[in-house]
Design a protein around this ligand. Structure first.
Ligand code: UD1
Length: 307
């Protein structure tokens, strides 16, 4: 069995690649290294890596023909709400057009795949009051990022139904853990917090800290992705989260306790397009056998140890 992982040198992608290799799959990675790093991949010598942009349509078509993957995990993305507001056209070309082009090619050439898994986001739910979010809760995408993720989900599911392709979507909540790149102001907040605590830098807190998120440790995310692959599920959407809501202020406090460090905080106005509260209902994933193995404290301790 062969798997193609786009964004496979990135934070979540590289953990997935390591897992797939350990499960005995042949793994092919495409990554333009915009946020990823080949060193993130532990089993680099066992993986075929192409340093390319998923927007290179010709290249991607040739790759699919030559490699004929059974499983496709589409993780390549510009993974930031704030970045999508700064660069809507560019983020759209990655977060939607590249995925659409691949689906279209698979359809036209009737490429025989076992599963096409698209990674969407909790951002699609927006600020509607129902909590926790279920996969069939109403959506209200507020940013170019969230709109692209939701619209692409719809393409992925419609292609699945209309052309009988085995497609599935996952909605990541806030994933953290080793390998998350802290170098951009648009990086995931826990990678930035880790960098600030480690290097004694001031942390900029956007808003009053009461915004909530559902943080899930990357190993639990990989567990979920693998369960979805093994279940041969098609035409479904799954939340991938921990199922617990925590405010940014409480996360900072927990991290300070775990590390024994004190964070310097600079306050700044809240960011545009942001979701105020986010927490998942993970019942659908639990039915596949998912159990969260990492509490926030345990995940943060482990992350800090390796930082
Ligand atoms: C994150 C992911 C996104 C995913 C979504 C799912 C990243 C970069 N983004 O978006 O890919 O689809 O979860 O829910 O991982 N914050 C600060 N200071 C900082 C950075 C962030 O206060 O220096 C705040 C933000 O304003 C936000 C919260 O921390 O309120 C989380 O921000 P961030 O980690 O960027 O994640 P999301 O926007 O939730």
């Amino acid at each position: 069995m062969k798997a193609l992982v786009t964004g496979g040198a990135g934070f979540i992608g590289s953990h997935l690649v390591d897992h797939l290799v350990a499960e005995g799959l042949d793994v092919v990675v495409v990554d333009n290294l915009s946020m990823g790093d080949l060193h993130n991949i532990k089993h680099q010598d066992e993986v075929t890596v192409y340093v390319e942009d998923v927007r290179n349509e010709k290249f991607m078509q040739q790759l699919l023909q030559e490699e004929q993957p059974d499983y496709i995990y589409f993780l390549a993305a510009v993974a930031s709400v704030a970045d999508s507001i700064e660069r809507p056209a560019e983020t759209h070309s990655v977060n939607q057009t590249a995925v659409f082009n691949m689906l279209e090619y698979i359809r036209k050439t009737a490429l025989p795949i076992k599963q096409f898994l698209f990674t969407s986001s909790a951002a699609v739910y927006g600020n509607l009051p129902e909590l926790p979010k279920k996969e069939d809760s109403r959506v209200d995408p507020l940013s170019p990022y969230a709109i692209d993720k939701y619209a692409t989900e719809r393409f992925v599911l419609a292609y699945g139904e209309l052309y009988d392709l085995p497609t599935v979507c996952v909605r990541f909540f806030n994933v953290y853990g080793p390998g998350q790149n802290p170098s951009s102001p648009y990086s995931g907040v826990l990678s930035i917090l880790t960098d600030c605590l480690k290097n004694n830098k001031a942390f900029t807190l956007y808003g009053d800290g009461s915004q909530t998120r559902d943080f899930v440790y990357v190993e639990d995310v990989i567990q979920a992705l693998w369960l979805i692959t093994k279940s041969d599920t098609s035409h479904e959407v799954f939340n991938i989260a921990n199922g617990n809501e925590a405010s940014l202020t409480s996360i900072i406090e927990t991290y300070e306790t775990v590390t024994g460090q004190k964070l310097q905080v600079k306050m700044a106005p809240g960011r545009d397009g942001e979701v105020k509260r986010s927490v998942a209902n993970i019942g659908k994933l639990v039915k596949l056998g998912y159990t969260t193995k990492w509490s926030l404290e345990a995940g943060l301790s482990k992350y800090w140890e390796g930082a």
